[in-house]
Design a protein around this ligand. Structure first.
Ligand code: 6PG
Length: 237
């Protein structure tokens, strides 16, 4: 479902409202809300609104926070998705620390931690893979999570969480894989700005080519992905 908003602020508001709505639904149904966050700059506006206008509407103590992907760097590193989410949101709300699961740990290999992350998912998620809500960003090249163009990780079907060395960036990445992204009850992409316009066109309207535009691999089993984009990103649609 494609939702185009005038600007980033309006799209961020819709993302915050989606967070509130899906958290209420999940908590009413099961007593908790499991969410996987995206990295990148796109969720910042949503976080700001969740801390202000919407703060009282969320039952923070019942939230379980995961990530879609991570650069294999310590949380104190500026490039850490978890670190940024702590700074922008998690340090300022009452989610018990034991319910927050960064995709990084000291003194283990990324591969070992990918397995450990699956074990955490087994404990928290009913069937080990179905999140209530997953937020995804989309890179200017059409990647999502750490599923990058041309990388075999795009086609991973056995592992739910995988770590691999991403040569062009000279670093390890750890990511939820396509089967998990597609198992979620709700999947929302947030993407802003004119630089995303060419890839957004290819992902939504171009010929199927997941190798080049990995975001195309996201086809939730539960129905359509929700796209929250601004007019600039939608300019070529
Ligand atoms: C990350 C994610 C990536 C991100 C997109 C969009 O950077 O951690 O791997 O998938 O969500 O690159 O990034 P922006 O939100 O900064 O545009």
């Amino acid at each position: 479902m494609l939702n185009i908003f005038k600007d980033k602020a309006a799209a961020s508001k819709a993302a915050a409202e989606l967070f509130v709505e899906k958290s209420k639904e999940a908590i009413a149904a099961s007593g908790k809300f499991t969410v996987a966050l995206t990295g990148g700059s796109s969720p910042a506006g949503m976080y700001e609104l969740l801390l202000t206008e919407y703060k009282e509407q969320v039952d923070w103590e019942k939230i379980y926070v995961f990530w879609c992907d991570e650069r294999w760097v310590p949380i104190s590193d500026d490039r850490s998705n978890a670190g940024n989410a702590y700074k922008d949101l998690l340090n300022k709300v009452d989610i018990p620390e034991s319910q927050i699961f960064p995709m990084w740990k000291d003194d283990v290999t990324p591969e070992a931690y990918a397995e450990a992350y699956e074990a955490i998912m087994d404990e928290v998620l009913e069937d080990g893979k179905t999140f209530d809500l997953i937020f995804l960003g989309m890179g200017d090249d059409g990647h999502t999570a750490s599923l990058f163009p041309g990388e075999s990780i795009i086609h991973e079907t056995e592992k739910r969480v995988a770590a691999y060395f991403l040569k062009p960036q000279d670093m390890y990445r750890i990511t939820l894989t396509a089967p998990v992204l597609n198992a979620a009850k709700n999947v929302a992409f947030i993407a802003f700005g004119e630089k995303k316009a060419p890839a957004l066109y290819e992902v939504l309207k171009g010929v199927p080519n997941v190798e080049q535009y990995p975001s195309q691999i996201v086809k939730p089993d539960s129905g359509e992905a929700i796209w929250l984009v601004d007019e600039a990103a939608a300019a070529k649609l």
